[in-house]
Design a protein around this ligand. Structure first.
Ligand code: ADP
Length: 304
């Protein structure tokens, strides 16, 4: 089969809350696929359904050529799952934690693989440390090594970098990119648009709906216009003024207003004059290409 994972019309409610609504996705083999959206969008629910921890109310799910949840036992050892709340055994060492997970999954010949993973995650020096004494970033790398000891074909990571410092985060991304040399597909959720730039493909999700599935470049190309980025004070007032004055799509990010310029010439000059006439201080002004965040908000407005 061409896809590692293929789902159709998956739905899930918690009481009256619709967490997922008609979600369909096809994920190719051997890529990093991102599920990207704000808090409460339905990312965790989707991942937990995909790795067999939660039953959907409806929909078809095919994973590694098995029908889920019916054939879950056939593929359970081919799936790895790392949540934000991964659990390690604090009073076991790094080595022992990995060995323990290998045993649970019936992997007897784990020694070579463990060496490889410790090398790969640069954890060799710490192998005799108790897991409880590791830093946050190291704990996370150990949890990843534990998940990889049984060589899953499909790895689910639910917001693995939330709350992790930037340096460890960067290292974690390099480790994941390196993993693709093996026969593995990585599905990862994140609320951070800038992280999503690193993925091969992404699904943008909001309110239980998929807004778009494409490569980051493909998603960005859905806004064909240029973006006029204005850093100004007070930004909120500038936003309100521009909004009242025309039809350009606007997005506000803290002290930045982004105007998605339509093709009509002269709109930049119009906006600048408007702000100057109203005594808005323009600290910086430039035309940029749309970011993923611009595209996400654009798609969100379009779908509403
Ligand atoms: P995300 O991972 O994107 O933050 P979730 O899948 O956790 O989103 O949540 C999707 C929606 O379902 C949210 O509105 C959330 O409040 C709700 N939800 C999640 N888990 C439960 C639960 N166990 N009971 C009730 N509502 C839940």
């Amino acid at each position: 089969m061409e896809f590692t994972l293929s789902i159709k019309n998956v739905g899930k409610k918690y009481g009256d809350v619709i967490a997922l609504n008609g979600v369909s996705l096809d994920v190719k083999k051997n890529i990093i696929f991102g599920i990207v959206g704000p808090d409460g969008a339905g990312k965790s629910t989707l991942i937990r359904i995909l790795c067999g921890l939660l039953k959907p109310d409806e929909g078809e799910i095919n994973i590694l050529d098995a029908e889920m949840p019916k054939d879950y036992l056939k593929i359970k050892d081919s799936i790895g799952y790392l949540s934000q709340k991964f659990s390690l055994y604090a009073d076991l060492t790094v080595d022992e934690n990995i060995e323990f997970i290998a045993e649970i999954h019936g992997v007897k010949e784990f020694h070579d693989r463990r060496e490889e993973l410790l090398e790969f995650t640069r954890m060799k020096k710490f192998r005799k440390f108790l897991a409880g004494n590791l830093s946050g970033g190291m704990k996370q790398k150990l949890a990843l090594a534990c998940t990889l000891i049984y060589q899953p074909k499909l790895l689910f990571l639910d917001e693995p970098t939330t709350g992790v410092d930037p340096v460890s985060r960067r290292e974690f991304w390099l480790i994941l990119a390196g993993l693709l040399k093996e026969d593995i597909t990585i599905i990862i959720s994140t609320p951070y648009m800038e992280e999503a730039e690193r993925f091969n493909e992404i699904a943008l999700i909001e309110n239980g709906h998929i807004l778009a599935v494409d490569s980051p470049a493909g998603i960005k190309s859905r806004i064909r216009n240029t973006v006029l980025e204005i850093v100004c004070t007070p930004a909120r007032k500038a936003y309100d003024l521009i909004l009242a004055s025309g039809d350009d799509e606007l997005q506000l990010f803290g002290d930045r207003v982004n105007v998605i310029l339509d093709k009509e010439a002269g709109s930049e000059e119009k906006v600048v004059k408007l702000l100057k006439d109203n005594e808005i201080i323009i600290n910086d002004l430039r035309k940029t290409s749309p970011t993923l965040e611009n595209a996400f908000i654009h798609l969100l407005k379009e779908s509403a």
